[in-house]
Design a protein around this ligand. Structure first.
Ligand code: ATP
Length: 248
């Protein structure tokens, strides 16, 4: 059977004054894909993630998730439908422990969200322990999320994002800030966790080795447009991509 269409952007347009951040973006993400977004600084990669999560309203076009229009819906509604964004601990609850952040994330899914309820009474606690195991973070369960070493923090943040039970996870440079000696270990753990949890992903990435190892497909951004998309071994060997993005 054909893979299921999860996320679909069509004709997205967004200008900031004279700056063109999105100039007709068309992109589909299918179940099981791990799509890397590459492209030079200022090409509009982050803008695309912000539109998909409801943080920016496009001036044209739409975003659909599982055949439902979600363009400019409130971010919390989009999260509940199944699109999570990773690496936002600073905007979450920096003073809370990893487990508390996960329980808060799990509680956001509830229909009647009550921030004052007793987190530790939430029934999903066992599931949270399993997610921590999946990303190798059981040992930092009770540590304050914002105070972890960078590699652990990235993985803890993935556990927090997975606590939202997403179908799709959006990530802006998954291993940025991680010491180069640890980058591939962190990414390996992260991607294994996503595969086991059956979560598809879109990730912005500047490291082409990372792209060729972990992306099932690549989309190349250039000045608010998608220049090309395809399998990593094809796209990363395309002379025009090498010239414009990979640099030479
Ligand atoms: P980088 O790799 O540097 O993160 P990017 O591809 O993610 O770049 P965006 O952050 O999406 O690019 O930015 C695209 C363009 O839009 C840039 O020129 C940026 O300065 C501009 N831009 C983004 N957000 C805003 C905003 N809120 N107000 C004005 N200009 C913005």
């Amino acid at each position: 059977s054909a893979p299921r269409l999860l996320l679909q952007a069509e004709g997205l347009k967004l200008h900031f004054g004279g700056i063109i951040a999105a100039d007709g973006i068309n992109l589909s993400l299918y179940d099981g894909e791990h799509l890397a977004i590459i492209g030079p600084n200022g090409a509009g990669k982050t803008t695309f993630l912000n539109i998909c999560t409801g943080y920016l309203r496009p001036q044209g076009g739409y975003v659909r998730f599982e055949n439902r229009e979600i363009t400019a819906h409130p971010p919390r509604d989009i999260t509940r439908l199944g699109i999570a964004r990773a690496f936002q601990i600073p905007q979450l609850f920096a003073e809370q422990t990893v487990l508390e952040n996960m329980l808060l994330a799990a509680s956001v899914r509830e229909r009647h969200w009550n921030p004052l309820r007793n987190l530790h009474a939430i029934p999903e606690r066992r599931e949270m322990e399993e997610l921590l195991e999946l990303v190798g973070c059981s040992d930092v369960r009770d540590r304050v999320a914002s105070e972890l070493p960078e590699g652990k923090r990235k993985l803890a943040d993935i556990a927090i994002a997975l606590a939202l039970k997403p179908r799709v996870l959006l990530m802006d440079e998954p291993t940025s800030g991680v010491a180069s000696a640890d980058k591939f270990d962190v990414m390996e753990t992260l991607m294994n966790a996503l595969r086991k949890a059956k979560v598809s992903s879109v990730f912005v990435e500047h490291d082409m080795e990372m792209v060729s190892r972990y992306a099932t497909r690549v989309a190349v951004w250039a000045q608010g447009k998608i220049q090309t998309t395809g399998k990593p071994d094809v796209v990363l060997n395309d002379p025009e991509v090498i010239r414009n993005v990979i640099g030479g």
